[in-house]
Design a protein around this ligand. Structure first.
Ligand SMILES: *Cc1c(COP(=O)(O)O)cnc(C)c1O
Length: 340
């Protein structure tokens, strides 16, 4: 039994998902005649109450397209210092869009309306135009923390009053939704654009969808083609996305429960210095300085448990669809044994 805690992207399609993929009706999406891609885009747009959706190969592409459509070269966007768009998208903000990021030190990955307000530039000739606010929910680098509806709404008000576009990197938005009292429709109302990943907790093999109004998605479609993301018979992949939306949202709570249980066990171990609060399916913890993270990862690997270092003394575990209760028991036992 191999236990892979590196990411929630490591899941493999189940038999039922593969059946849905095999049975998909397909066409050429660049000619806009892909029935299953169209069905997926419509389904998720309707769920969030947005006019249109655009199926893309990755969440990096949906975020980068959104940034390009919302801005002009020389503009500035505001995001948290730990944001995926800034740290893990290969410098795409500057290379794809000619835009610079002003980083805000939020609280566990969450920026506040007040912080945004303080970072908007006045309109002098020598200052950069502040054009876009991007938030991440749940926040990956910060350990899977989520925003409350009220916080997101306050940010929206600042955006509206200051003529800023408002983008949600919702790679793990359903992990936030199942823990909160807000719905996809509530979020669709707030944001100008939303990126949703199907290949994280939802368990599809590939794909993310960008949501917005018709005019935004029309422009986004063109940028997707320029970025090399125009796909042909992508309905086989979209079918997996439809299956994931129909079957894998509510079960995310199980991933969160397992992550919390694992974190509670880890808090008692002497070689673990600290564990970040676990709100969803991500556990980030720090080893004490007596252990090198590389050695710890190797030790786990020798027990068929895969994990990744997350900077300095930190390690990240992510629970997901293919991480079962039996695996949880085995990981707990392995960690406890390391402590003796
Ligand atoms: C995974 C992730 C993305 C998109 O990543 P891809 O690997 O390009 O699909 C975007 N934002 C966040 C917060 C993520 O965790």
């Amino acid at each position: 039994m191999i236990i892979d805690l590196r990411s929630d992207t490591v899941t493999k399609p189940t038999k039922a998902m593969l059946d849905a993929m095999l049975n998909a009706e397909v066409g050429d999406d660049v000619f806009n005649e892909e029935p299953t891609v169209n069905a997926l885009e419509k389904k998720i747009a309707t769920l969030f109450g947005k006019e249109a959706g655009l199926f893309c190969p990755s969440g990096t592409m949906t975020n980068q397209i959104a940034i390009k459509v919302h801005t002009q070269p020389g503009d500035e966007l505001l995001c948290d210092a730990t944001a995926h768009i800034y740290n893990y998208e290969g410098g795409g903000i500057s290379s794809n869009s000619g835009v610079q990021a002003k980083l805000i030190n939020g609280e566990r990955g969450r920026i506040s309306a007040q912080q945004v307000l303080e970072n908007i530039n006045p309109t002098y000739d020598w200052l950069t135009h502040t054009r876009l606010v991007c938030i991440e929910n749940t926040a990956n680098r910060a350990g899977g923390s989520y925003y409350s509806f009220q916080e997101m709404q306050k940010l929206k008000e600042v955006c509206t009053h200051n003529n800023l576009n408002y983008h949600l990197d919702g790679a793990r938005i359903f992990n936030a939704i199942v823990e909160n009292d807000y719905t996809p429709l509530d979020l669709g109302n707030l944001f100008d654009s939303i990126s949703v990943c199907l290949s994280k907790g939802l368990g599809a093999p590939v794909g993310s969808v960008l949501l917005g109004n018709n005019e935004f998605i029309r422009k986004a479609r063109r940028v997707r083609k320029v970025f090399g993301g125009g796909m042909r018979q992508a309905g086989y992949l979209a079918a997996a996305g439809i299956y994931a939306l129909d079957n894998n949202i509510n079960r995310l709570k199980d991933d969160h429960k397992r992550a919390k249980q694992l974190a509670n066990t880890m808090l008692k171990l002497s070689f673990i210095e600290s564990v970040l609060p676990v709100d969803t399916n991500i556990i980030i913890f720090n080893l004490n300085t007596k252990i090198k993270p590389e050695d710890f990862v190797l030790k786990l690997a020798s027990q068929n448990i895969k994990a990744v270092g997350f900077g300095k003394q930190a390690i990240r575990f992510v629970t997901h669809l293919d991480f079962t209760d039996d695996m949880l028991t085995k990981v707990e036992a392995t960690l406890v044994q390391m402590d003796t």
